[in-house]
Design a protein around this ligand. Structure first.
Ligand SMILES: N[C@H](CCC[C@H](N)C(=O)O)C(=O)O
Length: 282
């Protein structure tokens, strides 16, 4: 079957977007595994289905490279907003998008009739161990919990932004061997549903640097939910402040995160790269 797709990215976190207002995808898990491959497929960090919703302007489903479904994706939700706006599916500057972790409200920033960037109300950070989920004895919030990987004990701050994250602070994140240590965090028994791991270097109270190892996709150039989790963990650790714009410098770009009493706001760009047609059946 011929499947039309659009390649888009947010800060270099690239997915293959499929318009499911017009196309029906029977087996998104297998499709994601095949076409995300950078040598034998289109190439991407996974696929995102843009679907009709009964309760919002659109519904998003995202699948990692390994075919697993993620409950939320910060970079993808901005691209979904851009897709529905730029393609005249929903021409509104405030959108609601349904995800597996609930409805999210998005304010679009428009230039010359196209969406350039957006601010997403990402919802509250979840810190209770049972809801992240993490396996620990004490069911209260955990900050800098010890976790041993390859004979080295790290301090991890677990945060859910609708999907599980673990945040680690380091003096030089560029020296870390993520392909070796990343999978060990991802599959550690402390995280029964796996984890996206963020490695953070503090520049100052308003600027942090981040690398990420994503559950199901490996190292990506950016992670929106991860940047939110990183700022929440930085506030919990006393490195940054609430109600302040924190610039998160990722390998592929920059996101601005604001952690307030009620929610976490994420502002960042969304870019369309190309459209195409792929012949795929399974
Ligand atoms: N890159 C995404 C997150 C994908 C999360 C996915 N890897 C999972 O939770 O399984 C973001 O911008 O928020």
């Amino acid at each position: 079957m011929m499947i039309p797709f659009t390649k888009m990215h947010g800060c270099g976190n690239d997915y293959i977007y499929i318009n499911c207002f017009e196309n029906k995808i029977e087996n998104p898990e297998a499709l994601s595994k095949d076409i995300s491959n950078r040598h034998f497929g289109i190439g991407g960090d996974g696929i995102v289905l843009i679907c009709p919703s009964d309760v919002a302007d659109a519904k998003m489903r995202m699948f990692n490279i390994d075919g697993s479904e993620g409950k939320m994706c910060g970079n993808a939700i901005r691209c979904v907003a851009k897709y529905v706006y730029d393609n005249d599916i929903v021409r509104k500057e405030t959108l609601h998008i349904e995800t597996l972790s609930g409805l999210k409200k998005i304010e679009l920033h428009i230039e010359n009739g196209k969406m350039k960037s957006a601010t997403v109300d990402m919802g509250q950070a979840i810190l209770e161990p049972f809801n992240i989920p993490i396996v620990v004895k004490d069911q209260t919030m955990q900050v800098n919990y010890p976790i041993t990987i390859e004979d080295h004990t790290y301090s991890i701050t677990p945060v859910s932004m609708g999907n599980p994250h673990g945040v680690i602070f380091s003096d030089d994140i560029h020296l870390l061997d993520l392909p070796t240590i990343g999978p060990k965090f991802e599959h550690h028994p402390m995280f029964p549903e796996g984890v996206n791991t963020e490695f953070i270097q503090i520049e100052n109270r308003n600027v942090i640097q981040m690398r990420v190892w994503e559950r199901g996709s490996g190292e990506t150039l950016a992670c929106g939910t991860g940047a939110c989790a990183a700022v929440v963990a930085s506030v919990l650790n006393g490195y940054c402040d609430k109600n302040t714009d924190i610039h998160v410098k990722l390998i592929g770009g920059e996101l601005i995160i604001r952690y307030t009493a009620d929610t976490v706001y994420m502002t960042g760009p969304a870019t369309t790269v190309f459209t195409g047609l792929i012949d795929w059946s399974k």
